[in-house]
Ligand binder design. Structure first.
Ligand code: HEC
Length: 117
């Protein structure tokens, strides 16, 4: 496992990614859960549109976001086809995630930041 390295970052627009970084650690609240250097975190959450069931009913661990642009679809149930879809699901679950409504530009900036990881 230790010999496996993250894939190289995707290409991204630097100015937009920097704005996305500010949002990730600020207004968008992402770092309240994705808080470690690898952007994992502690706790179990139900952030998807359809709550996890069965053995996952207690919630899902916070996954790392390194190399995230390379692994669509997203979430345990593959319910988000794109990073934009994933952020929109988090916004729709604001009561759980604390992610507030964001503008289309802000979502695009967050996606650029995620592509840089
Ligand atoms: C309340 C805690 C919490 C917050 C806040 C949060 N996330 Fe997450 N995030 C999670 C959990 C838990 C999952 C896994 C959910 C699942 O698979 O059902 C996840 C999954 C993801 C995924 C998909 C990862 C994968 O491997 O499929 C992305 C992308 C993501 N988060 C980005 C963000 C961004 C961007 C923000 C801020 C807008 C954010 N998250 C805010 C807890 C959180």
């Amino acid at each position: 496992m230790r010999s496996i390295t993250s894939p190289a970052p995707d290409s991204f627009v630097e100015a937009s990614a920097e704005a996305g970084f500010e949002l990730f650690y600020g207004k968008a609240n992402c770092s309240s859960c994705h808080s470690t250097p690898d952007l994992t975190g502690s706790g179990l959450y139900k952030v998807t549109a359809t709550d996890p069931a069965g053995g996952l009913a207690g919630g899902i661990h916070v996954p790392s976001l390194r190399g995230i642009a390379s692994i669509a679809h997203y979430f345990h149930d593959s319910s988000a086809a794109t990073l934009t879809d994933a952020i929109n699901q988090l916004i729709a679950k604001t009561s759980v995630s604390g992610v507030p409504a964001l503008t289309l530009n802000e979502i695009a900036d967050l996606v650029e930041y995620l592509k840089s990881l």
